[in-house]
Ligand binder design. Structure first.
Ligand SMILES: N[C@@H](CCC(=O)N[C@@H](CS)C(=O)NCC(=O)O)C(=O)O
Length: 216
């Protein structure tokens, strides 16, 4: 297993936005120092992407992490799992059912991310934004309210935080979910508990986090 010292996290959207957000939050919760390499999506990204391809690295999307031994890892969920396994936390062990449950929550939360991302990228198109706020968001909130009730919370897996919680948190704790959250007690309790975690308090109160959640 690689050491995760001197970890560099490369991502293209600022703050805790997009798929870089959950990775930053996991690292901060675990108090793992990391270098945040924000690649400007318009100016620098096309060249950086090409340089990754030219170097022989096959995964040409962000987020990507690079370790001090030169190893690179991509894919938001694989990175979260890799970090969890390296840290020996945030991932169930010796319980394949719980491990699969967490994996499923993670997978389903990425579906939510896609719908959110589509609305955020097209926020000047009223039909797309309305569809997200009126149809897709209530559907995801109801789904995750149900999921977060299964193990009696406050986290998806019960009283232990796991890596999927960092993905759900950035979706549930930011605009426009916040305007509807009060109708979902399990998710409200989850967001409140996450926001109070000592490793996350600074992040959640930071200017960067304020930029998270593109107002729709
Ligand atoms: N399944 C991948 C998706 C990665 C992805 O699509 N990243 C976007 C940003 S969120 C990206 O790199 N877009 C720019 C591009 O594809 O050139 C993951 O989970 O990391």
């Amino acid at each position: 297993m690689s050491s995760i010292n001197n970890l560099k996290l490369h991502y293209i959207f600022p703050g805790y936005n997009g798929l870089g957000g959950p990775i930053r939050l996991l690292l901060e919760d675990a108090q793992v120092p990391y270098e945040w390499i924000h690649i400007d999506v318009a100016q620098t990204w096309p060249k950086t992407k090409q340089s990754w391809i030219d170097s022989g690295y096959p995964f040409d999307c962000a987020p990507m992490i690079k370790l001090e031994d030169g190893k690179q890892y991509s894919g938001a969920q694989p990175i979260l799992r890799f970090l969890s396994k390296s840290l020996g936390k945030y991932i169930p062990t010796n319980d394949i059912d719980l491990e699969t449950f967490v994996e499923t929550v993670s997978d389903y939360s990425c579906d939510w991310f896609k719908a959110y991302g589509m609305a955020a990228r097209n926020r000047d198109q009223k039909d797309i934004v309305d569809k997200y706020i009126q149809e897709q968001l209530p559907m995801y909130l109801q789904r995750f309210e149900r999921i977060y009730g299964v193990k009696q919370g406050p986290y998806a897996a019960g009283d232990e935080i796991t890596y999927c919680d960092f993905i759900v948190f950035v979706l549930a704790s930011r605009s426009p979910s916040t305007t509807q959250l009060k109708d979902y007690p399990n998710l409200s309790k989850f967001v409140e508990t996450m926001s109070a975690r000592p490793g996350l308090e600074n992040a959640v109160e930071s200017e960067d986090y304020a930029h998270t959640g593109i107002p729709l």
